[in-house]
Design a protein around this ligand. Structure first.
Ligand code: AMP
Ligand code: MG
Length: 480
């Protein structure tokens, strides 16, 4: 079949120092685990083709589709605060872009498709676990209404990869993103004093993501403002859902404002602002409550890369950058406050004391975050009470909450912002362990359940439960 995926590539037209052309490695016995037919349809991919052997080979990296121009993108990045001037796609390949049904250009990328010039010591492969985790969590995020990369396909390769945990079944993930341009992509050229490339990248980014910026007086300044705005919004959404990204490095910060690179991420069970999951985040740098500040730090790194483009006079450029960054806290605060007002059913502009006292109470009593808001929303007083070690503390707070809402909480807002189903970490791990034992039914069922997170559906009520003490996942390994 010709052109099963309507590729129309632009990144491959950028100068050669932006990437390295590279084919995927062949895998011995690929098996398609899941393909996202609704997303494929959106991308203009023929649904009949998805069931073909050719599709399986394209999603496993065994075959290059017509008009696909696979390449590994170059980028740098600050990882846990330390700068690496060269990271790049060490186990991923951009297959190309398609213009979707809404007219939006989207990247199609393979992850786990073998070594590239950016692999350093790595094998370029992925174990099945991280493939399934990214599939589940990114699709859940999308259903929750958060900007995110998407999952198009998950494939088993039929070969094992060696990881800390031992030999594990390998997988390839097909990811869709509005682009894979990261803060680290800008840092790559900034670190090389390659201002021509920076300008070209900035122009490309503006044309692709913020076309209206091109018509403003200072397009690069507008670009910076837009990125600050989308990141402030994104982090506020994560915070409201109790999501912890886990690896908020600058190479994992997308210029589009989409959540990208789901590694050791998780949704909190019991609430605490200092909660972390990643086994590699020993200092809690990327704890839930630290995320707004880290995003600001990452945006500062982005702003630095634009200095050479903003003005020939470095003092002038610096002043502009400071002005733009100065808006971040306020933007974030507004988004955060509004999301939490909605979660608690408060009227617009109402004081936030009840939000603060509510969160402090949850932290003190180690209450399950999602269940708390779920029962508060649906008026389940006895279930709500049962979440507290000392229910009298809830009674006092509840009376103040009633008063704060003048006894008429905005239930519509609460239902829209308090999900019933999230991809709880212990469930994600159970699904992954089942898959390593060749049982994929839990994976399919969980993905189906997560597609409608705000709806009450009895058949999926088991997924609402918090982990039992022996089910708690304390750390999530990168496992990449
Ligand atoms: P991450 O923090 O997982 O997004 O990855 C950081 C960097 O490590 C990126 O440059 C990845 O391409 C690279 N990397 C991660 N895992 C592997 C692997 N198995 N083989 C080669 N490179 C890898
Ligand atoms: Mg990454």
């Amino acid at each position: 079949m010709s052109n099963p995926i309507p590729f129309d590539n632009t990144y491959a037209r950028l100068p050669e120092r932006f990437y390295s052309k590279q084919n995927a490695s062949a895998v011995p016995a690929p098996k398609l685990l899941r393909v996202n037919t609704a997303l494929a349809d959106e991308l203009g991919i023929d649904p009949a083709w998805l069931d073909t052997t050719e599709a399986l080979h394209v999603f496993s990296g065994n075959r290059t589709a017509d008009r696909s121009e696979p390449l590994a993108q170059a980028y740098a990045g600050h990882q846990f605060g330390g700068f690496s001037p060269q990271l790049g796609d060490g186990r991923a390949l951009l297959l190309g872009e398609v213009v979707d049904q809404h007219g939006t250009r989207r990247d199609i990328q393979l992850k786990g498709s073998g070594r590239t010039p950016f692999s350093r010591g790595g094998d370029g492969k992925s174990a099945l676990g991280p493939v399934l985790r990214e599939y589940m969590v990114s699709e859940a995020m999308h259903a929750l209404g958060v900007p995110t990369t998407r999952a198009l396909a998950a494939v088993m390769t039929g070969e094992n990869v060696l990881r800390q945990e031992g030999h594990l079944a390998g997988g390839v993930f097909t990811r869709v993103a509005s682009s894979h341009i990261r803060v680290g992509t800008f840092q790559y050229f900034f670190a090389r004093n390659d201002t021509d490339a920076l300008r070209e990248l900035a122009d490309y980014t503006i044309a692709r993501h913020y076309p209206d910026a091109a018509d403003t007086e200072e397009p690069y300044f507008t670009l910076l403002e837009r990125v600050i705005e989308v990141q402030a919004k994104l982090i506020a959404q994560w915070m409201a859902l109790g999501f912890i990204h886990g690896v908020m490095n600058t190479d994992n910060t997308a210029i589009s404002g989409e959540t990208i690179d789901y590694g050791p991420c998780a949704f909190m069970d019991d609430f605490h602002p200092k909660r972390v999951f990643s086994s590699i985040d020993r200092d809690g740098r990327y704890a839930w409550g630290s995320q707004p500040g880290i995003a600001r730090w990452n945006l500062t790194r982005f702003a630095e890369t634009l200095l050479p483009l903003l003005s020939g006079d470095s003092d002038v450029a610096l002043k502009k950058v400071e002005n733009a960054l100065g808006t971040y806290n306020g933007r974030f605060r507004t988004e955060y406050d509004n999301r939490f007002r909605a979660k608690f059913g408060l009227a617009d502009e109402s004081p936030l004391d009840i939000v603060k006292s509510g969160l402090a109470l949850l932290a003190k009593q180690e209450v399950d975050y999602t269940l708390f808001f779920r029962h508060l929303t649906h008026g389940n007083r006895s279930e709500l009470s049962a979440l507290f070690k000392d229910p009298t503390l809830l009674e006092n707070w509840y009376a103040s909450w009633k008063a704060a809402t003048q006894s008429v909480p905005n239930l519509t807002a609460m239902r829209k912002s308090n999900p019933i189903l999230i991809p709880r970490n212990h469930r994600v791990e159970q699904v992954i362990q089942a898959a390593y034992g060749n049982n994929y039914a839990p994976f399919h069922q969980f993905v189906d359940a997560l597609a409608k997170p705000y709806e009450e559906r009895n058949e999926f009520s088991e997924y609402e439960q918090a982990p039992k003490p022996n089910e708690i996942v304390h750390q999530t390994f990168c496992g990449t």
